[in-house]
Design a binder for this molecule. Sequence first.
Ligand code: ATP
Ligand code: MG
Length: 453
Amino acid sequence: MIPDYIRKTLSALNDAGFEAYIVGGAVRDTLRGVPVHDYDITTSALPDTVTKVMTSAGFKLIIDSSSIYGTVVFTHPDAPSDKVEITTFRSDNSYSDRRHPDDVSFTSSLEEDAARRDFTVNSLYMDINENIIDPNGGRADIDSGIIRAIGNPSDRFNEDALRILRAVRFEAVTGFKIEDETSSAMAHCAPLLKNISSERIFSELTGIVTGPYGPDAIRHNIEVVSVIIPELKLQVDFDQKSKFHDRDLLTHTLDVLAGIPLGEDGVKDAAVAYSAVLHDIGKPQVFTIDEDGVGHMKKHNVAGMIIAERLADELKFPNILKQEVSQLVMYHDSFPEPERKSVRKFIATVGVPLCDKLFALQKADVEAHSVYGKPRIERLKVIMSLYDEIMAEEPCLTVKDLKVRGGDVIDLGIEKGPMVGKVLDDVLARVLDEQLNNDKDEIINYIKERYSL
Ligand code: ATP
Ligand code: MG
């Protein structure tokens, strides 16, 4: 069903005598029967004309076409949060920076516009009457679930290496199979990804790790993904020489990623997904074998955290994501004892928002071990149910949750300054240890006694 503001866009351009179509992801997703998240429009009208036609139809211009790429963006008063992006039919010429065409020519030919697009499934056009125009056989490829480059795959990836990662992302999101020739060209051209900006890589990589088919997409395209995360290549066929592992390290890693649940939005939480991919990334670096032939990977969490932080810096992760991934990798192998006190202290150390994510990661991790890992699954189940129980009680986990404030401590006679914080930390430690209840009178009595006030 074409939304009203898109229908208005198409009819305004058609009424002015131009061709206008929905193109790209919206058509692909409509034909796949999944929700459409944004509409790209393409037209035979030149950008200035598009602006004139659209503003007289009541749309508001929000981004003009001063860039040479010919995209103009509008909103409509009836749907102010929905943007309409309109791009004039283009045929792109040479790509000296492997990302931006040097010279864009507008064209009145839909076939030329279709030829410059990346994949057949992305070069389908829908008119206002919902007729599909399919110059590259994209519909058959959607029906058979195939991602296929348009034209010569190698040439297309040489023009713009980002397409390599887009293909992996489309596989991770749709579960489609990348056609063989396209796939070999991707592996061959993968080193060209080094020329692509970190922002764009980050955005595609996030789509890959969080996508429902992410684990298979990474497995099938390990040559490509390893250009961005080189340590992942070391995990291929890596035998940990441990009875707790019955599969090579990459398979374990991807099984952990597969065990991370999808959110309501159909994708995985980015911090949990990245930490699943990176939780054991430090293992090959610290691997040793003892005289009995058993493998050890001491402090692989610290080695992994360092690699994760380096990747986060390289790809300019948002700060909060970097922090979460780094902590999750650091703590992925730390478990409290399966009893209340220990779980409470653990929650207080890790922090509440992160604990949910950590347990999701740990659950997926313990489930991706050999049968010898079974007791850990049972232990974690107990820990997680204690966690739920404790959280339901609105527990006191930080100094802020205490029933006494700094002011109360000062009123008791402690001098204003660092000592006040020390006293509160001491009180918190006792509350976490269940030696003291979080009760104002009880805490005040304790402070008086302990500090002889
Ligand atoms: P989604 O919006 O789900 O990411 P999409 O296919 O709509 O998927 P966009 O990035 O919105 O992707 O691009 C819209 C269309 O523009 C694509 O469907 C494709 O036809 C074309 N396109 C985008 N990026 C490229 C590229 N790097 N090379 C060639 N064509 C591209
Ligand atoms: Mg799109």
